[in-house]
Design a protein around this ligand. Structure first.
Ligand code: NAD
Ligand code: DAU
Length: 354
């Protein structure tokens, strides 16, 4: 195996921590440098089991800080960058878009410029982990393919679309070896409880209302985080330069149906009477500009790279619920301080439509 130094950005976040752990264990000859600002979403508690591994380093820093990036590229001679650092939550982008521009757009440009200076042509690989939200919103039919025109509709998705464009432009203009993947909704352990599933698990556990936006008719495609990590591994190693790969679970759920399924699992795990958790469902004011449906055509990554999801949704959801119930300390640590303010700001102004 070839010795390599890989910079992973955002490796203390939800997907990033699963990816870092996977790479550190599977590729002992790679040195994985995790650069993370440790925002509210970054948590070194996600990585305690690997913090002393000889091929792992952590660097605290901000990708929007050009000098910090230049310093890091001066210290390490990176062979590749897998870029996940981002502001990732749509609701936060609606109430405060500025940090999304700084991190997702300016931060990505800083990383690309550092690669341009460090690498001559195709020396290194820049992999941008992106989202299906760049394609906009579907009606009840159809799928996003790699050729679907970009049509981002939230500040978050517009910032991710911008960063995708920057990555392609730096590849085209400066000859950097780039790849991009656009993935649907991930779920699994270590996800910050602002996202629908961990938020609902926590609220059900605490007997608090479970906020469902609008009528709960919006559709999302759900993929277990480890399946996304397996796709990133394949694309990083075997994806063709300049190409995009869509990643998804072929697993569409209306939000309300998903929450009802979750409530049944929670009733079972918490030994509640059937229907008790579902009684907490509360239909609230919709998200502004709420995209109706995301769904992915995964035929390219399946046929070209032989990837497909391996974890069934029933199994993945049960594993996720069990992880949150077994990791009360993790949950308590991320629920303290800032989270209460966030929750109040986001949810107090949403009327209960019951
Ligand atoms: P997350 O919010 O859980 O983690 C983001 C990480 O980035 C955190 O550790 C945070 O501290 C770090 N970060 C934020 N700003 C930074 C900055 N300026 N400098 C350095 N680090 C910074 O996000 P996630 O859900 O793990 O998503 C990771 C990536 O995957 C993002 O780029 C996101 O757009 C993309 N993505 C996420 C999903 C999903 O369902 N969660 C799906 C598709 C794509
Ligand atoms: O599609 C990939 C994207 O999935 C990623 O790029 C984003 O980083 C990630 O946050 C996720 O975006 P969503 O907006 O789809 O995820 P979220 O968990 O916020 O919401 C999922 C659905 O549930 C969405 O239709 C909004 C709805 N929702 C969400 C919350 C937080 C509710 O009904 N109630 C809620 O309290």
């Amino acid at each position: 195996m070839q010795e390599k130094k890989i910079l992973v950005t955002g490796g203390a976040g939800f997907i990033g921590s699963h990816l870092v752990r996977h790479f550190v264990h599977k590729y002992p000859d790679y040195t994985i440098v995790n650069l993370d600002k440790l925002t509210y979403a970054g948590n070194l508690g996600n990585l305690t089991d690997i913090e002393n591994m000889p091929n792992y380093r952590f660097e605290k820093g901000d990708i929007a800080d050009k000098e910090c990036i230049e310093r890091l590229f001066g210290t390490y001679r990176f062979d590749a960058v897998i870029h996940l650092a981002a502001e990732s939550h749509v609701d936060r982008s609606i109430t405060g878009p500025d940090t999304f521009i700084m991190t997702n757009v300016v931060g990505t440009a800083n990383l690309l410029n550092a690669c341009r200076k460090a690498w001559k042509g195709q020396e290194g690989r820049f992999y941008h982990v992106s989202t299906d939200e760049v394609y906009g919103s579907l009606g009840m039919e159809g799928l996003f393919t790699e050729r679907t025109p970009y049509d981002p509709r939230s500040p978050y998705s517009a910032s991710k679309a911008s960063s995708d464009h920057l990555v392609r432009a730096w590849g085209h203009t400066y000859g950097i070896d780039i790849v991009i993947s656009n993935c649907s909704n991930n779920y699994g352990p270590n996800q910050f409880p602002e996202k629908l599933l961990p938020l609902a698990i926590n609220n059900i556990k605490q007997n608090k209302p479970v906020p469902v936006y609008g009528k709960g008719e919006n559709v999302r495609d759900w993929l277990f985080v480890e399946d996304h990590v397996a796709a990133i591994d394949l694309i990083y190693h075997r994806g063709k330069s300049g190409e995009t790969y869509n990643v998804g679970g072929k697993n569409e759920w209306r939000n309300i149906d998903l929450i009802k399924l979750l409530c049944r699992i929670m009733d079972d795990r918490l030994e509640r009477r059937p229907g008790e958790s579902a009684g907490l469902i509360s239909f609230v004011t919709d998200r502004a500009g709420h995209d109706l449906r995301y769904a992915i055509d995964t035929s390219k990554i399946e046929s070209v790279l032989g990837w497909e999801p391996s974890v069934t949704f029933e199994k993945g959801l049960e594993m996720t619920v069990d992880w949150y119930l077994a990791n009360e300390g993790w949950l308590a640590s991320v629920l303290s301080g800032e989270y209460e303010n966030y929750y109040r700001e986001q949810y107090e102004q949403r009327d209960d439509k019951r």
